[in-house]
Design a protein around this ligand. Structure first.
Ligand SMILES: [Zn+2]
Length: 133
């Protein structure tokens, strides 16, 4: 992947993890370019297959494309930042991210978006007015 593509992906995300909406400016660990469809599934290096993601979301997602919806127990696709609208699939309840749809619930689960450290960080950022609402 060339540097121009990486920069375009970063700029498009406007400083937020495209999965959990964590603002990069307030996190010590730099964000990554994430392949929505992993290279091992023949995902491309083009901007249409790339997302800007925090380290935790990137590692948790890995090459996964689907997960098990915790409500219906059905195999469900993960959130795709290039195809899905974030607010349609997720909402905040305090510092907890809630999946509003099967895609949202499954993505919250697979990406472990409500692990204790992330909830605490989100809580701090919300209190300081630094987390996007
Ligand atoms: Zn994230």
């Amino acid at each position: 992947m060339d540097e121009a593509t990486k920069e375009a992906v970063e700029q498009r995300a406007a400083g937020l993890c495209e999965y959990c909406h964590l603002p990069e400016a307030h996190v010590a660990i730099p964000f990554h370019v994430e392949h929505i469809i992993a290279k091992q599934h023949r995902g491309k290096d083009s901007a249409g297959n790339l997302a800007w993601a925090c380290l935790r979301c990137n590692l948790q997602k890995g090459p996964n494309l689907v997960g098990i919806d915790p409500k219906t127990k059905k195999i469900t696709r993960l959130f795709n930042p290039r195809r899905h609208v974030w607010a349609r699939h997720f909402r905040l309840e305090g510092a907890i991210l809630i999946g509003k749809t099967a895609v949202g619930r499954t993505t919250v689960e697979v990406l472990d978006m409500n692990d204790l450290l992330r909830v605490r960080l989100r809580q701090e950022l919300i209190q300081q007015g630094l987390f996007p609402s």
